[in-house]
Write a protein of this length. Structure first.
Ligand SMILES: Nc1ncnc2c1ncn2[C@@H]1O[C@H](COP(=O)(O)OP(=O)(O)O)[C@@H](O)[C@H]1O
Ligand SMILES: [Mg+2]
Length: 368
């Protein structure tokens, strides 16, 4: 098709109109990240007018940050990444600085732009305002925490009275009655655990949990965890080994970190049918390393990335008859992150899994 000058201009005008009236915020930068185009939706989301935006570097005025307030411009700019990798990047929800100085949650995608000769000339960012979604999310989180809180008191009372009846304190109970009441009790305990996990995760995610840094003796802490969980392993006919080698000193919140250890070891026991569990305490470079390895059912490769998600349970879990809420590893992940640690996972279906927690040595810790 031949497009004459008039036609070309018409197409350009059409494109300008489309660009301006798009519902998504959109801007184009050159390779130095200077703004070349800025649409009306970008103005209405972030408040900066086209005149104010054009020619400025985006990092100067809208600089994106992540959920923890970390600047992304220097090392993790999605525009730079899309230009470097020559393909589009979906950055998810980050925060953009508005003209009023308020941080606005925006869902961001970036793509590189090339001229007719295939030369990189810049990149485009498309973003949508996530304020409403964030509000909904925080409403949902507070709902969950209110409901969980309200459930705790009646559950405690149910457990107390059940114990009285089971122990025969209010009259004799037959064997069958005791058996049935025992089932009720174990379900009350399960509900109580779920409620506590929900409350804890809510607190961790909202940042309301403060880490009380203190020296942690991992060998003693692991020993205590194993003492608590050994009966469960014995009942399931599983071996539980503990190997200790030289470990760098670490700092952390003993109470919080004990949750990490008991979650990982109890998972290993729950999701292993035969064989056993080996716990290794040692070092990996400068960091302390805690390995929990089992000969269990494993996790399918395409589900490995999901196990830290709330309520996620792998498809292999069902075959073990073990119950759970799918919150334990979400809590574990949050706590490890609060300790500047790293959680690694390797797993093969039918062979077993290995969870590794790495903690910075105390001399590197940020707070001493
Ligand atoms: N050691 C393990 N071996 C196999 N699967 C595991 C192991 N640990 C965790 N998983 C899988 O990850 C899921 C999430 O774990 P978690 O958050 O602790 O929830 P749950 O309450 O189900 O134990 C589990 O349901 C299970 O499918
Ligand atoms: Mg678990």
């Amino acid at each position: 098709m031949h497009v004459d000058d008039d036609g070309t201009r018409r197409v350009e005008r059409e494109l300008d109109r489309i660009f301006a009236s798009l519902g998504h915020g959109m801007y184009v930068v050159d390779t130095e990240r200077r703004i070349l185009l800025w649409n009306r939706a970008a103005e209405s989301i972030l408040g900066w007018s086209e005149e104010e935006a054009l020619g400025r570097s985006c990092r100067e005025f809208i600089g994106h940050t992540d959920d923890n307030g970390r600047q992304l411009c220097d090392e993790d700019c999605p525009l730079v990444a899309s230009m470097g990798e020559s393909h589009s990047i979906f950055a998810g929800t980050v925060w953009g600085q508005s003209r009023d100085g308020v941080k606005i949650p925006v869902n961001v995608s970036c793509a590189p732009l090339f001229d007719g000769d295939g030369k990189l000339v810049g990149a485009v960012e498309v973003f949508s305002d996530m304020t409403h979604e964030k509000e909904l999310e925080s409403f949902k989180n507070s709902m969950v925490s209110v409901v969980a809180h309200e459930l705790r008191t009646p559950l405690t009372s149910m457990k107390g009275y059940l114990e009285l009846v089971i122990d025969g304190e209010v009259g004799g109970v037959t064997g069958q009655q005791r058996e049935f009441l025992g089932i009720v009790e174990s379900n009350v305990v399960r509900l109580e655990e779920l409620v506590n996990d929900l409350l804890d995760l809510g607190r961790l995610e909202s940042g309301r949990v403060v880490v009380h840094w203190e020296p942690m003796d991992l060998e003693t802490m692991l020993g205590e965890t194993l003492d608590t969980l050994r009966p469960m392993a014995v009942e399931r006919g599983l071996r539980l080994d503990f190997e200790v080698s030289e470990t760098p000193p670490v700092q952390g919140d003993r109470q919080l970190f004990a949750r990490v250890l008991s979650n990982l070891v109890s998972n290993a026991v729950k999701y292993t049918v035969e064989g056993g569990i080996t716990i290794r305490l040692g070092r990996d470079g400068d960091r302390a390393s805690i390995e929990v390895e089992d000969t269990g059912v494993g996790i399918p490769e395409d589900e490995l990335g999901l196990v830290l998600e709330k309520f996620f349970r792998a498809s292999t879990a069902a075959g073990t008859g073990s119950t759970g809420s799918g919150l334990g590893l979400s809590i574990t992940g949050e706590i490890v992150e609060k300790h500047d640690g790293e959680l690694r996972l390797q797993s093969t279906v039918g062979k077993g899994s290995r969870f590794t927690v790495l903690l910075p040595s105390a001399k590197d810790a940020t707070i001493l």
